[in-house]
Design a protein around this ligand. Structure first.
Ligand code: G6P
Length: 609
């Protein structure tokens, strides 16, 4: 949420700032800005409402050779998206970019008398506060930053420069990520390592409560209490092709299509089909610890939460004496929930930075419960703070709406459930069918992606023109998939879409059936198939407009559309049906001419509460 970049070196700062902001645009895209300083400290501040491309045109008309600068792409929290509210914010001698929320900004604002506020943001208050401690350069900038941050309540990732010292950038973090890119004769900063790819492979991840002073050839990191720290230089694994569209029109489509490979990466070295066993090293739990687990809490937001729900439905099928509670992080963090001691918590997050999920992790750890991360972003805050974890290894997910991460998160958690079941001595003939299907899933998705996209596209195009509402329906393991399908449709096509358990239709949702809505039935041929069919019949009897996605080859009911999925799977079919939902939502949004990868009002990594 919001992107930060910074540059100090011998090259044109504007070039890196713009290219970095473009990479980070998925974090927020309602306005963007950069400021650079020349050698004498003369500032060039350029800001623009809207996407980075707008700012880029402005920069090309105001090109500067300045070799230091900071930039920001914004997801508005305080104040409407506008040039005035765009970062960087100036106060006296300093310029600041900020991710996060300063919760006590009103109190602080009332105390600041020597600054004329130009924006409605909390960030400008922080800029003014730092400037008041800076006193025109009487104190080192880093000291002023520390003094100001000690008064702040909330979350921040900041970068600050001063016209009085055009050779250094001061950065600090608490709750919002910041990475320093280490290069020869230049230093880069970004809120996300993807902005650094192609420039350097060496990165230092700042921890909460740390402040770094950066010049082109030096990096000095201290805690807010002035204790020097020496952070590890880590290697950025991502390569350029992983963050490019690779010939696809949209990242979302690329990410849907690469699921056979991304899921293969999730499974690599973790599944043995011959012995029908699963091995996850990362959680770091002994068999005796696994045997003791009686409760699993799964914490996530959005798609990560639905992946948790999906896994929960599966795990309880094959693991005895276990209760599983998937919870929405933004709710759970304020609940007074009792967590039994024989619990483990799975903390699910693609980005590893989601503020609500992170807050739950910290709360759960305080209660002495073991936490296991199911994370994609290597080195992210959640990945670093959990007691153990399983990276899903799907590579960068750039489209704001999550796709490949859902599939891999679900499977990684099901595998975690299998390791518990193995340790508890569940018979191989119970677990083997799941393990075999997990191993087969990448190929099954591959087959589906070769056969189905055109059919789905044609139907989606038609329905995008006709309907304003969608009702997604599924039962049992297909219910979380229905929720995820509806989320995809609403996120990227702005179409009102809700999901219900099919059996719940008669308790309310059936009242919604009319000519403005269509029903998207996920109908795997499983034990509840016949019962689900009754729900479909009830909808058809009331003039519903049903699309049925099923693996039943002889499905023969008078519905408007049938999407038949051919598969050898029986247990994991809902995950395959979900790929159909992903393609459906994608084509639906494309047919409406919408910006699929950057839907309005959303951001990928939600680092504010
Ligand atoms: C945002 C995104 C969703 C994502 C959710 C959780 O709301 O728009 O697509 O599922 O955050 O993100 P995480 O990075 O924690 O998985």
């Amino acid at each position: 949420m919001c992107g930060i970049v910074g540059y100090v070196g011998n090259n044109k700062a504007q070039d890196f700032l713009i290219s970095g902001l473009k990479r980070l645009e998925y974090r927020g895209y309602d306005s963007a800005g950069i400021v650079t300083l020349d050698k004498k400290g003369k500032a060039t501040l350029l800001r623009e409402k809207g996407k980075v491309s707008g700012l880029e045109s402005k920069v090309s008309q105001n090109a500067r050779d300045d070799q230091i600068g900071i930039g920001h792409t914004r997801w508005a929290t305080h104040g409407e998206p506008s040039e005035r509210n765009a970062h960087p914010h100036q106060a006296g001698d300093i310029y600041l970019v900020h991710n996060g929320i300063i919760e006590n900004y009103k109190e602080l604002k009332d105390q600041i008398k020597d600054h004329q506020f130009q924006s409605d943001t909390d960030s400008e208050v922080l800029a003014a506060l730092i400037n008041s401690f800076y006193q025109g350069g009487k104190h080192p900038l880093s000291n002023a930053v520390v003094q100001a941050l000690k008064l702040v309540r909330g979350t921040y990732g900041i970068a600050v420069i001063s016209v009085k010292n055009p050779g250094e950038i001061v950065v600090a973090r608490s709750g919002s990520p910041l990475v320093i890119g280490v290069c020869q004769d230049e230093t880069l900063i970004a809120s996300d390592a993807s902005a650094l790819v192609g420039h350097t492979k060496k990165a230092i991840y700042l921890n909460d409560g740390e402040v770094a002073t950066i010049a082109k050839d030096s990096i000095s990191i201290k805690t807010l209490d002035s204790q020097p720290v020496s952070n590890k230089v880590e290697t950025i694994q991502t390569d350029l092709s992983a963050i490019q569209k690779g010939g696809y029109d949209h990242f979302l489509l690329k990410e849907v299509m690469e699921q056979p490979q991304s899921l293969t990466e999730t499974l690599r070295g973790r599944i043995n089909v011959k012995d029908c066993t699963v091995h996850l090293g990362g959680p770091n739990l002994s068999d005796s610890e696994l045997r003791k687990i009686k409760h699993i809490i799964i914490v996530g937001c959005g798609t990560a939460y639905y992946a948790g729900m999906t896994a929960a439905y599966y795990i309880e099928k094959f693991t005895p004496e276990i209760t599983i509670e998937p919870v929405i992080a933004s709710e759970y963090r304020y609940r007074n929930a009792y967590i039994p001691k024989d619990s483990v918590a799975l903390i699910v997050s693609q980005s590893g930075e989601t503020a609500d999920t992170l807050a739950c992790l910290r709360e759960i750890k305080k209660q002495g419960i073991k936490t296991i991360g199911i994370v994609n972003s290597i080195g992210s805050t959640i990945a670093r703070e959990v007691d153990g974890g399983t990276y899903i290894h799907v590579g960068p997910e750039i489209s704001v709406a999550s796709t490949k991460a859902y599939t891999s998160q679900s499977i990684a958690m099901i595998m975690f459930g299998l390791t518990i079941a193995q340790a508890k001595g569940v018979k191989s003939n119970t677990l083997a069918p799941y393990i075999k299907e997990i191993a087969a899933l990448p190929q099954e998705i591959e087959g589906l992606l070769q056969s189905i996209p055109d059919t789905v596209k044609n139907i989606a195009k038609k329905y995008a023109k006709k309907y304003d509402h969608a009702i997604y329906l599924g039962r049992d393991t297909a219910y979380p998939t229905a929720l995820e399908g509806a989320l995809k449709l609403k996120e990227i096509s702005y179409t009102d879409a809700n999901a219900y358990p099919t059996g719940e239709l008669k308790h309310g949702p059936i009242a919604l059936v009319d000519d403005n809505a269509f029903e998207f039935f996920l109908l795997p041929e499983n034990d509840l198939y016949d019962k689900s069919l009754s729900g479909l019949e009830e909808v058809l009897a009331r003039g519903g407009h049903a699309i049925v996605v099923t693996d039943k080859s002889d499905f023969n009911h008078p519905v408007e559309q049938i999407i038949t999925v051919q598969t050898g799977l029986k247990l994991l079919t809902p995950l395959l049906l979900n790929v159909v939902s992903q393609l459906f939502a994608y084509n639906f949004a494309v047919a409406k001419g919408l910006p699929v990868d950057q839907p309005r009002n959303l951001a990928k990594s939600v680092t504010v509460e």
